[in-house]
Design a protein around this ligand. Structure first.
Ligand code: DGL
Length: 280
């Protein structure tokens, strides 16, 4: 009996698709299930408890689908829920399975992009308040100065497909100006939210030419490849038929209409009702 199952990829909404896109490009042989909790997005302005509760629910759903490994392709969930899930919940749920995030693999390499050793991190309020990037980057690059800027309206603008509007320009410029005012020596800006690659062109246009803008999709994909290489006991449980399926907790037609902007090609999703959605 072939009991190999897909790798689960989770985000609060569409943002994780920018990571999945890079993962599929690098590791096309594996099967993936993507799930976006669009009905409850955005997560970025929600409390620690709420993000933890929603993310845990998602992880349990992926485990019910048999996924041997789940990636929280959402910085907010990685910052606010991952550690608890790994340490408190995973041993009781299934100690053989793995739940990984996107902050650690990004922190492991981001210092290499900077010549000045001054890195700016743009993220949701949840990610910034958690201080996760400050802590994690410091572990790998203690000499690097990290300055953060929370951009609370960027995800709602993107989720509402307003990223090309003049309103988006106003909020993009405002937060980039804030970031550089806090540290003018920054030469590397990390898009610490999986939604932000959709704003990358505008962000680059508003920043001085010498500043490099880094998206994390390809970093996470490379790190996943290395992880599966180091952990054959997990890799052996992952299906390799090259199938990708998509689920959303909101309207699937709506999801399909927007998802292509993030994934780079058309997707066909199915609606899913998470237990906790019922009472919303
Ligand atoms: N894409 C998520 C992240 O990387 C955030 C989205 C949200 O606020 O829901 O942080």
């Amino acid at each position: 009996m072939d009991d190999k199952k897909p790798i689960g990829i989770f985000d609060s909404g569409y943002g994780g698709l920018t990571v999945l896109k890079e993962i599929v490009a690098r590791l096309p042989q594996y099967d993936y299930i993507y799930m976006g909790d669009n009905a409850r997005a955005p997560y970025g302005t929600r409390s620690f408890e709420t993000i933890y509760e929603y993310s845990l629910e998602a992880v349990k759903w992926f485990f019910e689908q048999g996924c041997p490994m789940v990636i929280l392709a959402c910085n907010t969930a990685s910052a606010k829920a991952l550690r608890n899930i790994q340490q408190k919940d995973l041993p009781g749920l299934d100690a053989e399975k793995r739940v990984l995030g996107v902050i650690r693999p990004t922190a492991e390499v981001i210092g290499n992009f900077s010549k000045t050793h001054h890195v700016g991190v743009l993220g949701t309020p949840g990610t910034v308040q958690s201080g996760s990037y400050l802590i994690e980057i410091n572990k790998f690059f203690p000499q690097t100065i990290v300055t953060q800027e929370a951009c609370p309206l960027w995800v709602p603008l993107i989720e509402n497909n307003e990223q090309h509007s003049a309103g988006a320009d106003y909020f993009i410029k405002k937060h980039l100006d804030n970031l550089l005012a806090k540290d003018p020596a920054i030469d590397t800006v990390l898009l610490g939210c999986t939604h932000y690659p959709l704003l990358a062109e505008k962000i680059e246009a508003y920043l001085p030419k010498q500043i490099r803008v880094v998206s994390q999709g390809s970093i996470v994909a490379e790190s996943l490849e290395a992880y599966l290489g180091r952990h054959p006991e997990i890799a052996i449980k992952c299906a390799t038929d090259g199938n990708v399926s998509f689920y959303t907790t909101d309207d699937s037609e709506d999801f399909d209409r927007h998802a292509a902007n993030f994934f780079g090609k058309a997707v066909k999703s199915r609606h899913l009702e998470l237990a906790g959605d019922m009472g919303r």
